[in-house]
Design a protein. Structure first.
Length: 314
């Protein structure tokens, strides 16, 4: 009973509260908005708004309808964005979505190394959280994303390109002379910056804590690893972070150690299952795979990122 133009105008009037504001948002004339709104009400058989003190107030029917209309409106917006992104895609441009820890270490190094070999290739890099990956790929905001789990999404294709570890990040002053690997039980009776809201890595850590029946004193809960690192630097407590973040944050006063047994996780490239990657994108992902294929123990021993295991063989 409502077409897409009706939905667009109704949504704009409902959100903006007046015909004039809706017209400005849609960049059309006020009479055009009024005419479409009247036509929608005629088709529906009931009013959508009533006037009260000079403002348009949604009716009860409009409130009920808005929940359905809002979902359709978002889908139309997604369709438009997808079409726009498809029109600007090219083999010489790589759009990649990366997690924050990956974005402050591996991604910049990989882009710099790749552009030295392919100077005409340009990049669009977006930082994201795991929950954003399906939407950003399906709307074509990204050609490829980097994830720390295989979520098994039916429209996405996952390929493991490396293995990494969770590590303990700490201030040297409070924990001097630690061994090369530490037990998770040393977190007990210490102020701890929690991973509870940090996606699959938080789940990995929580499962191991539950398995060992550890009692950990959580002082702050975070969703982003580099925030945890900043809190450690300020003396709030110790934290468990991915080794990408730890390597960047290691300094004269801070260090990190992997655990024994290791808390390892996969690094995955993620793309749309029905959309083949360009040759240049596949080549870039191969480079990232080379950069993520060694352990924190090797890194702490001085192995430079990007050299990988092949450097040891030389």
């Amino acid at each position: 009973m409502m077409n897409l133009r009706h939905i667009e105008v109704f949504h704009a009037v409902y959100i903006n509260g007046s015909v004039s504001a809706a017209a400005r948002a849609l960049t059309v004339s006020q009479p055009s908005v009024s005419n479409v709104l009247r036509h929608a009400e005629s088709r529906l058989g009931f009013p959508l708004f009533k006037r009260a003190k000079g403002r348009l107030v949604p009716t009860d029917e409009a409130h009920a309808l808005f929940f359905e209309v809002s979902d359709i409106y978002d889908r139309v917006g997604s369709l438009r964005q997808t079409a726009k992104n498809l029109a600007h895609a090219s083999d010489g441009h790589i759009r990649i979505g990366v997690l924050p820890g990956f974005g402050i270490d591996v991604a910049p190094l990989a882009v710099a190394a790749f552009r030295r070999k392919h100077p005409k290739v340009s990049f669009d890099i977006q930082t994201l959280h795991h929950a954003d990956i399906p939407r950003l790929l399906q709307e074509r905001h990204c050609d490829i994303a980097i994830a720390y789990e295989n979520a098994g999404h039916e429209k996405l294709e996952y390929a493991e390109i490396g293995r990494r570890e969770l590590v303990l990040l700490y201030r040297k002053l409070g924990m001097p002379d630690l061994p090369s690997r530490v037990g998770l039980d040393m977190l007990e009776d210490r102020d701890f910056v929690s991973l509870a809201h940090s996606g699959p890595l938080g789940t990995l850590f929580s499962r191991e804590v539950a398995r060992l029946n550890l009692d950990i004193r959580e002082t702050v809960t975070i969703s982003t690893m580099y925030v945890a690192a900043a809190l450690v630097r300020e003396g709030v407590g110790v934290a468990v972070v991915d080794d990408f973040t730890a390597r960047v944050c290691a300094a004269d006063d801070m260090d990190y150690r992997p655990f024994a047994p290791a808390l390892s996780f996969g690094v995955y490239s993620v793309c749309l299952a029905d959309r083949p990657l360009s040759r240049i994108t596949r080549s870039f992902i191969s480079l990232i795979g080379e950069m993520t294929g060694y352990s924190p123990a090797e890194a702490s021993a001085g192995l430079r990122i990007g050299e990988g295991r092949s450097a040891q063989a030389r």
